[in-house]
Ligand binder design. Sequence first.
Ligand SMILES: [Zn+2]
Ligand SMILES: [Zn+2]
Length: 319
Amino acid sequence: MAIETPVDGLVSPYDLSSDDGYVWLKGNLHSHTTNSDGKPAPQERLDGYVEHGYDFLCLSDHYKITRTDTVSCPDNFVLIQGAELHPANPFGGQVHHFVALNIHQDMDSQRLPPQLVIDAVRDQGGSIWLAHPHWSSVNILRDTRPLRGLSVIEVFNTTCRRMGRGESSVHWDDWMSMEDKIYPALANDDSHALDSARHDTYQGWTMVRVAERTSAAVVEALATGASYGTTGPQIIDIQLRLSDQSTDKSRVVEATVVSSEAQRVCAVCDAYGTEYHEHGKSFETATFPIRANARWARFEVIAPDGTKAWSNPFDLTDL
Ligand SMILES: [Zn+2]
Ligand SMILES: [Zn+2]
């Protein structure tokens, strides 16, 4: 049985060539302003990310769209219009936090069931992501399994890390295992404070591989997996091949991960246990086998300073 991938499958950013005009862009899809509970005005929030070398940003205020035409944005900067929407959770858990990207019509998300909010975002051509489920105590089996159409998950959130529940990678893995499907993830700041507070800005971001600097291109690259999330390390290349250790009963895939300076690289997969590469001193290229018969794997790169990057998952069944 082939793994069931989302409609068009996931795209490896490492299959997209600079010869075809593809470049990496750095961005944050989750931030707040004085239009909801953020401290800086929309223009100040945008200026901060521009000054820190970002290429794209979403001012994702709670409930209501912060219009991109209400701020002045440099020509080569991609400002994605969106909002954080909060439908009730009819399945027993806490209220949902969904980050909706590339939308133009407001909706009364608090009064709508979550599936209608997802459908409305998609009808507008947007994509919609489950934000910080670990912090929200959202349980994937109970609270998101009935839903269809989420692009999927925010694996890292700087604000939630400050409060002790920043990483949602187990939720991500559970979701993929439960549905036998691979899904992409985002890493975001969810910035509320002023830059000067140094609480929740410029610490978690997502890199996308695109050929155009437009909202539509960035949002499509995110939804199709041509991206990775990070709090520091760069993931430069990931290549996978069937290993010659493979037998008729045991299919082994070998991975090569090229990154900025790493202390450890882990291959998280749907099979029992995990494999990792570590050898006492830092390195930039890791080649190692993934657990036998794994159907998908994703990679985590941990730098010597403890910062971390998360690749999107790869389908290993069609190698
Ligand atoms: Zn939230
Ligand atoms: Zn938020």
